[in-house]
Design a protein. Structure first.
Length: 125
């Protein structure tokens, strides 16, 4: 699946928000421009689920190794983590949102992702 501008900005936001792998706690590294150059934004419900593609509750920072483990080898552990992270009710609502139809609007997703990143930077400065 191809990444677009909205995906790139949203991924940057997630990695800056978390600052570490949510599984093994290794730190995200940033280059001299402040851009993350390590770790990945992992979608509990894959990016093909448009309604949760840019939902910050659906996405966590993972290092490459942990992304492989939670992304395919041990989905049950990732599910348990998400329930603990969000709580049962919020996890259930996330599951419902993932199955709901959402019209693709990458311009709006890009604008919203830029605003999330801007607000996060302002609050961490």
């Amino acid at each position: 699946m191809k990444l677009d501008k909205a995906d790139i900005v949203f991924s940057h936001y997630i990695r800056l928000r978390d600052k570490m792998c949510m599984r093994c706690h290794s730190s995200v590294t940033f280059n001299d421009k402040g851009l993350p150059n390590s770790h990945q934004a992992s979608h509990f419900f894959g990016r093909g689920k448009e309604n949760t593609r840019y939902d910050s509750l659906n996405v966590d920072t993972l290092c490459m190794g942990c992304h492989r483990i939670w992304g395919s080898d041990n989905r049950e552990e990732y599910r348990a983590f998400k329930i603990q992270q969000l709580g049962e009710e919020a996890f259930t609502l996330l599951c419902l949102r993932a199955e709901m139809y959402c019209k693709r609007d990458r311009k709006l997703a890009y604008i919203a992702s830029k605003e999330l990143l801007k607000t996060l930077r302002e609050n961490t400065s």
